[in-house]
Ligand binder design. Structure first.
Ligand code: URA
Length: 230
């Protein structure tokens, strides 16, 4: 591992340690574990979902339930393993009963995702589902309209391709969504080969008929024990 990679990994562990004891919002009272994210600290490709579910909250790892199994399968379909990418969520703690994230929770958690993007330096950030897509593209346009077409955005102080994708949980419910998700995944290898984008274009005004926004602690040693960051 190069010293730059090692430094990046160490800094990510520092952010992990901070998040692991976070009490910035009320979710700290109801979570079992903080789900910081896992994967390759040097990844070119990052996935961002909405928030941990029950199984993720139990294990402290993102996308480990049925939707996670589909995500793993979709990655394998483009010759990638989970260890090659970094998988995270907008919220690092589970909202009780998987309810929609609240503004205070989003605001409190945003710096963690920003730091993750800043340190990992991905070329492509895939947003999984409506919630992560609207938040990271700063647009109220729904996932059905924007999926499968890369956008250029500034995240964590870096300019990246943001690729909106259907959420794997939606694909489990609807076979046609699964087909679309698979064909959108197939676009990722080419996108990853493209030169990193220049600065984010100036924002265009939102259409007036845009949808409202809705959703569809461990110390450093433990981060290593969990094998969170490759
Ligand atoms: N859904 C998400 O958005 N994130 C997870 O980690 C699991 C399910």
């Amino acid at each position: 591992m190069s010293s730059a990679s090692e430094q990046r990994r160490e800094q990510l562990v520092e952010v992990f340690n901070e998040a692991a004891v976070c009490e910035k919002c009320p979710l700290s009272a109801t979570r079992t574990r903080v789900v910081f994210g896992s994967g390759n600290a040097d990844a070119d490709l990052m996935f961002v979902g909405e928030a941990p579910g029950a199984e993720e909250d139990r294990q402290g790892l993102p996308f480990v339930g049925r939707a996670g199994a589909l995500l793993t399968e979709l990655l394998e379909g483009i010759d990638l393993r989970r260890e090659d990418v970094f998988i995270a969520n907008v919220l690092k703690c589970r909202p009780p009963g998987n309810r929609d994230p609240q503004p205070i929770e989003i605001e409190s958690c945003e710096p963690y995702l920003a730091r993750q993007v800043q340190l990992i330096e991905p070329r492509v950030v895939c947003t999984l589902g409506n919630f992560a897509t609207k938040l990271l593209t700063r647009s109220q346009t729904g996932i059905t309209k924007v999926r499968g077409a890369p956008q250029v955005h500034s995240l964590g102080g870096r300019t990246v391709f943001v690729m909106p994708l259907f959420h794997p949980a939606a694909a489990l419910r609807t076979p046609s969504v699964a087909d679309t998700l698979r064909s959108d995944f197939a676009k990722l290898p080419e996108l990853l080969k493209q030169a990193p984008p220049d600065a984010e274009p100036a924002a265009t005004p939102e259409p007036s008929n845009a949808e409202p926004q809705s959703s569809q602690a461990e110390p450093a040693l433990e981060a290593d024990q969990l094998g969170l960051f490759g």
